[in-house]
Design a binder for this molecule. Structure first.
Ligand SMILES: [Zn+2]
Length: 102
């Protein structure tokens, strides 16, 4: 992975942890945790953890697809470094044969 992707991934983890701690503290301040049975507490934890995890996975997928799309969209000539269209087989600037992306 590139450095930018690592920064985004670590930022997402931090945001997820912040959301979890915020949810935990707000639930604790309600004063319901002491009264609730253990089973209900666990199910409430799952109700918070599950959507948070799903959202994190969805964001990671979107970031992965976006970076892949940007990389393929920004194709450059290996020879002269000019930006090329994805479907070009030869570079119009220097005539270098472009190897198509797999
Ligand atoms: Zn070129």
């Amino acid at each position: 992975m590139k450095r930018a992707e690592w920064i985004i991934a670590s930022a997402l983890v931090v945001i997820g942890l912040l959301l979890l701690s915020f949810a935990g503290s707000s639930m604790g301040s309600m004063g319901m945790m002491g009264v609730m049975p253990v089973g209900m507490r666990l199910s409430m934890m799952l109700m918070i953890l599950l959507p948070t995890g799903l959202v994190a996975i969805a964001i990671l997928l979107i970031v992965a697809i976006a970076t892949k799309w940007f990389r393929s969209a920004k194709k450059t000539c290996e020879h002269c470094g000019q930006s090329l269209q994805q479907n070009w087989r030869t570079c119009p600037y220097c005539g270098h044969k472009v190897t198509p992306d797999v």
